[in-house]
Structures are given as structure tokens and as C-alpha cells.
Design a protein. Structure first.
Length: 324
């Protein structure tokens, strides 16, 4: 616990500085979040925009950063941790993290496929979304989760101002965490908040007939469903994924802990409590794997956290966007 407290006290100032300096929690100045969309010709103008908040694009960096933290355990005195935090311009510095992330090809491709699938499905049901490309901001969800409300207020105002400059009236989100903060938290900081927020599964479920007509090759396997905690308990979204899966002839298997009673993947506390994360993830994976080996998620945090156990447990983790 003492190590975790020390780690958190060291990481928080870096996180704050990164977001204030670059607008990005990783502190990377160069653009890493647009590669997935380069060949899709998504318009840069319009009223409805796909908002990724860079969440899926961060996955290779998240995977390699948590590995780096695990390797640095012997250095976890306050003095030793300080040295780790300053590797290559601090722990989240550009050179070392980009170098480490180059080895995470598999999770990078999974994230890109998920985003491409989401964009393709939206187009299939008649919604042509725009994309802000290099100007797309980060939502600030980490600032909220860590209780950094003063810094969050400033960041939210910047994001909202950017949306207004681009005449954004609706954003289509791709993950539950971004959906939650834009829908539930932003209105608390912005007076007369007027951005409509819809998760892509809400749109696809509302247009499930169009989606069904566009489906040509359903997967010949069953999928065990893992509901993200934020999706079900914070947003109340339970039926949407199931309705979309039915329209696409994707058979789902329900674990014992499902829907509003879903169990956590362990991912949200990984940066500080790696042993707890592993314990929580193992309990969940054991439950899911006892039903089937193909597991479907619709959250990038669940994806990257459960994906790490694929080889050990002989399972395969799929994001809904990949199937789309």
C-alpha cells in the first residue's frame, strides 16, 4: 500500500502537467491518434462527429507503460521512483514510451480495427460522421476519476470551446468512460451545455433493421459477453449491445455476473495496484472462460486488461468494433 501511495503521489503531478502542457495524459506532442482513420475519408466538417477521445489509440502506450512500472518495482523507493519518473523526459516522456509502444503491435491493430468497424457500421446505418483528426481532444476522464476537479474544469472548458469552434452539435462516442464524462460531468461545468452525446451502440440499436440488412457474414461462433461496469451501472446501457448482436446474428452467452451485476475487469486500478488488478482480472476471466473461449467487450480498458491474459488462459478477447 505504501508503494502505491508513493506511486500515485509521483504520477499525479506528471499527469496534470502532461494534460496542461499538451492536452494529452501521455504528454506526447506528436499525433498518434489519427492513423486508424487515414484511409476512411471521414469529413472534417459537419454537425455530428465521431469522438474517440484517443482511448483506443492509447492502448499500446498503456500496455507498455504498465509493463514498465512492473519492471521498476525494485526501484520503488521514493528516490528510485524519482529516477524512473524521469526516464526519457519522465515516465510518460515521448521517446521511451513511443519506443516501448512500437512492440505492442497486436493491441494497436485491435484498437484500429475496432474504430474502423464502428465507423463502417455507422455509415452502414446511414450516419456519415465527421472526425476532428489531429484536433481531436482528450476527454479528461482521468482527471475526473482521480478527483482533480480544478484541473478538470479548465480542461473541460477547452474541449467545449473546441467543439463550438467546429460547430459540433452531436458527438458519437466509442467507449463508456468518454460517454459518461461528456454526458454526466461536462454539464456540471458548462452552463447551458448543448452538445448531444450518444454512444455508437445506442445509434446502431435504434437502427438495427438497417444494420441487419447490411450484415453479410456473421461469425460462426458464440461469444461470452463481458459488460463494462461504467456501461451498465453508470450509463444504464444493457440492452444495446445485445440488440446489435442479435441484428448481426452474433450469438451471446451470459456469465453468472452479467448486466447490472457485471464483475470488474480490474483495469481501472492497474497503474497503482497491480496485484489487486491481477486478482480481480483472474476471478473474472475464470468465470468467463468457463463458459466459452471467445469473449466480447465494448470498452478499451476492459479490452487491454483482459487481452493480456489471452495466452495464459487460452481465450480470445474481441472488441465489438472488431466484429463490426
Amino acid at each position: 500500500m505504501e508503494r502505491s501511495k508513493t506511486l500515485i503521489s509521483q504520477i499525479l503531478p506528471v499527469l496534470i502537467e502532461n494534460i496542461e502542457r499538451t492536452g494529452d495524459p501521455l504528454g506526447l506532442k506528436s499525433i498518434y491518434w489519427t492513423q486508424w482513420a487515414e484511409d476512411l475519408a471521414l469529413p472534417k466538417e459537419g454537425e455530428v462527429f465521431l469522438f474517440t477521445s484517443r482511448m483506443y489509440q492509447m492502448l499500446p502506450f498503456i500496455a507498455q507503460t504498465t509493463d514498465l512500472l512492473a519492471l521498476s518495482k525494485p526501484l520503488m523507493s521514493i528516490k528510485g521512483l524519482g529516477k524512473v519518473m524521469n526516464l526519457g523526459n519522465r515516465l510518460f516522456g515521448e521517446k521511451i514510451i513511443r519506443l516501448k509502444a512500437e512492440g505492442a503491435t497486436q493491441i494497436r491493430l485491435k484498437g484500429e480495427k475496432a474504430l474502423k468497424g464502428i465507423a463502417a457500421a455507422l455509415r452502414a446505418v446511414g450516419l456519415d460522421v465527421g472526425y476532428l483528426y489531429e484536433e481531436e481532444p482528450y476527454s479528461g476522464i482521468l482527471l475526473h476519476d482521480l478527483g482533480l476537479h480544478t484541473h478538470l474544469a479548465t480542461h473541460i472548458q477547452k474541449v467545449y470551446n473546441l467543439f463550438k469552434r467546429h460547430y459540433v452539435k452531436q458527438v458519437v462516442t466509442v467507449d463508456p468512460h468518454t460517454t459518461f464524462i461528456l454526458r454526466e460531468i461536462y454539464p456540471k461545468f458548462i452552463e447551458n451545455y448543448d452538445i448531444q452525446v450518444k454512444h455508437y451502440l445506442e445509434i446502431l440499436s435504434e437502427r438495427s433493421d438497417l444494420l441487419k440488412r447490411s450484415s453479410t457474414d456473421p461469425p460462426q461462433r458464440e461469444f461470452v459477453i463481458h459488460d463494462p461496469c461504467v456501461m451498465t451501472r453508470n450509463l444504464g446501457m444493457v440492452a444495446e449491445l445485445r440488440k446489435v448482436s442479435k441484428a448481426l446474428d452474433i450469438p451471446l452467452l451470459e456469465p453468472e455476473n452479467t448486466k447490472l451485476n457485471t464483475a470488474c475487469c480490474g483495469g481501472p486500478v492497474e497503474y497503482a495496484f497491480d496485484k489487486l488488478t491481477d486478482d480481480v482480472a483472474t476471478i473474472r476471466i475464470k468465470e468467463l472462460a468457463s463458459i466459452g473461449k471467445d469473449i466480447i467487450v465494448n470498452c478499451p480498458i476492459c479490452l487491454v486488461n483482459l487481452w493480456k491474459y489471452e495466452q495464459e488462459w487460452g481465450i480470445r478477447i474481441w472488441d465489438m468494433g472488431e466484429l463490426l
